[in-house]
Every structure is written in C-alpha cells, then in structure tokens.
Design a protein around this ligand. Sequence first.
Ligand code: PMP
Length: 450
Amino acid sequence: MTIMPNSVEARDMAYQMHPMVNLRKYEKSGGLVIESGDGIYVTDNTGKRYIEGLAGLWSVALGFGEKRLAEVAKAQMEKLPYYHSFSYKTHGPSIDLAEMLVKIAPVPMSKVHFTSSGSEANDLACKMVWYRSNALGKKDKKKIIGRIKGYHGVTIAAGSITGLPRNHESFDLPLDRMVHTSCPSYVHFGLEGESEADFTKRMLKDLEDLILKEGAETIAAFWGEPVMGAGGVLMPSDGYWAGVQAILKKYDILLVADEVICGFGRTGKMFACETLGIEPDVLVVSKQISSSYMPLSAIIMNDHFYQPIADESDRIGVFGHGFTASGHPVATAVGLENLKIIQERDLVGNAARLEEKFLGGLAELAKHPLAHSSRGIGLLGALEIKPWADANAGDAAAAIAAACQDEGLIIRNIGEAICFCPPLIITAEQIDDMFGAVARALDTVQAAHA
Ligand code: PMP
C-alpha cells in the first residue's frame, strides 16, 4: 500500500503508538483504518466492508450499529455525564447494573465492584485476594495460580497471572507470587496414545503437585477462563473443571473465573460457568457487558469473598482503593441497556441455536488440505491450520488471516489457529458468508504454496 503524506495512515504512523504490534513494522506498514460499523460489518476508509469475525476484540455482542446504546449514552451524558462512587457517593446507573449482575450471576453472589477494563478488574481482584488473606490473618497465603496460555490482561498483576510469554518478556513479569499450571487443552498437550480421561488426570495431578510443592498454605487463589480465549480458543478437557474445583476445595483455595470473553452468552448460556459447571467465588466480566461501546468491567463476588474484605476496611477505616471511572454513569447505563437488549432479543439463545451450524461449518473447513482440526463452543471457535512444508509455525495461519481480510473477513490468527468470535447477533446466512470467505482464503493460500 502506498501511503500518501498527510494521509490518515501517515498521521497515524507519525503520532500513534499501537498495542500488540511490532512497533518497527508498524512505522513502515501502518494499519487498516476502520471508519464505520453496522451490524456484524465494519467498513474501512476506502469503503471496503468486512465481516468482523472476532466481534472487535471478542466483545461487540450487539454488532456495530446498535442505536439504543447511542441513545442511552446521549441521555445519560445530558442528565449526569460523570459522577464517581468514592467517599459515600453513588448514582442510579451503577446501582441498576450492579443489581442486575447479582440477579443474573450463575451462582449466588453478593456484591459488584466496577472497573473499566478486563485487566483492571483482574488486577484489582488480585489485590482483593491479598487484602482478604491479610484480613483473615493468613499473611503467607498470597500466591496465585494461573495457567500456561491463560490470558487475564496486561497490567502488572493481571499480566503476571496471564500465562503467555509475549506478555511477560522484557516487562519483568511475572511477579514472584504468580505461578502457572498446565494448559488443559487435550488437542494441544495430549501425549501420543494418551486418552482424554488420562490427560485430565495428568492435568489435575500437575495442579495438585504444584500446590503441594509451593505449600497449600501459601496459595490464595486459582484463576481461569472457563474456555481460554486469547491463548487460542482452547477447550478444557472433559472432567477438568470438576476435578480442579475438588482440589481447590480440598486446599482452601479461592476460584476466580475470568469470563471477560465467555460472559453474557458467548457459550450459549448467559455465563460459561453454567455451561461448564463452575462455581466461582469471584467472577470477572467485561467486553460483552457493554458490547465494548463504553469501557466497562466488573468484579462480581460472593459473600465468602466479600465479608473479610469489608471487615478489613472497617479495621483500617477505609477500603483504600478506587478508580476515578469506577461505575462511570455513562458506561454503566450503556451496560445495562446492552444486557437488556441481549435478554429481549434472546441473543444467548441465538448463540445456543447457532452452535451446531457454527461448529459444523468449522468442521467442514477442517477438511481442507491446509486445515488440521476445529474446535469451539457456542459462537466461539478455532480452525487449526496445517502449515505447508517450509512454513514457520504460525506463518500459515497468519497468511490465511491476511487472505481472509482480502476476502472481506476480519479474524484473528493465534499460534497455528485462526479464531472466530462473531457478534452474537449473527444469523445463519451470515455464518455461511463468513465461512465462505474462509474457504476462498484457504484455496488462495493453498494455490500460492502448492
Ligand atoms: N481476561 C480475558 C479472558 C480477556 O480475554 C481479556 C482481553 N482479551 C482480558 C482479561 C483483558 O481485558 P482488557 O483488554 O480489557 O484489559
């Protein structure tokens, strides 16, 4: 692409430092400028339209043109554009949303604390875990178990719980208090000849061995996405979550479920904890909570978690934490309206009803010579790519993602997979369009490398 001086691309390259790119490469290549959106589509500044197969960053449940969210935001901006929730102040939108979240939570929960991003929510949940251990007089019970390939964000604590090397390298992470156990994806980590049941047993043994090695009295919490997202849409093996929960109970370890991607319908139930039988003490949510129209996240906690924290704040005199934007009135008003729309239009049911078609379409694509296998749940899935002989790991998936973009489909390549997480409003016909673009992209790449 030729970049004209003073064009929007040139100014972007001159002034903006982007996340999750090779910065040197960006200085030369720039990025795709997205200008508008509607439904499951976004349009770039040349007028080319794309299906957004990853719903932005796994987040735009309602698609890109939901007018009701814009109207609610405008009305809230005009009524009370900003207020905080510090120092014994509160406001309606945050109260309404907190009440709704407690009511729809998959297990009995008692309190909600608002933050603005998934990283912030996980970071704070980690601080709360430490605060709570101190409240209980368990000064040494501070370690957190994350998982290899788990993703919980990029702030210092959340980034440390994340189990992906690229989020640690040169950032001096992880912190010493964070340890990582094995990734429960049978497809990726099952051994030759090992059954799925034996694999699950091995995963659980790894976890228990880690707890015993570190000392159970030093471990405060286990963090996990019900289905791993940014690690590459990695499914937990059969029996994994039931086994993990039994071990955590045995050693008095809290369970934090990070539903930042899975929450609000992605897996065909309101929460993946329902889909997979997980009973967390703390639930972290973001993204689809507001369809990402406004930055918003929340920590939803049970009484067992909350009560010691409240006691400690009483002893100290204050819960010494808070963000200026916690419970922001515009963000929480938009979040509430977004969840009402998800319920009114039964978009959770839409994900459940389309699951068979979506996973069936992926399984069809997996028959392509360049594909290896497929996996997924609800409207979250991945196609594992089989690289051609001289391709480096990941290059083939990157080439296919680029070819998809040429075909008018934006998706994400992670490792050797291409990942799908379309807006929850997607229809059966649009799933056909999306996979049609993938099939053409696979053929193009295969022709280039045959
Ligand atoms: N947790 C999970 C499971 C996520 O997928 C993400 C973002 N992809 C985060 C946390 C971090 O959220 P944010 O980017 O809003 O900080």
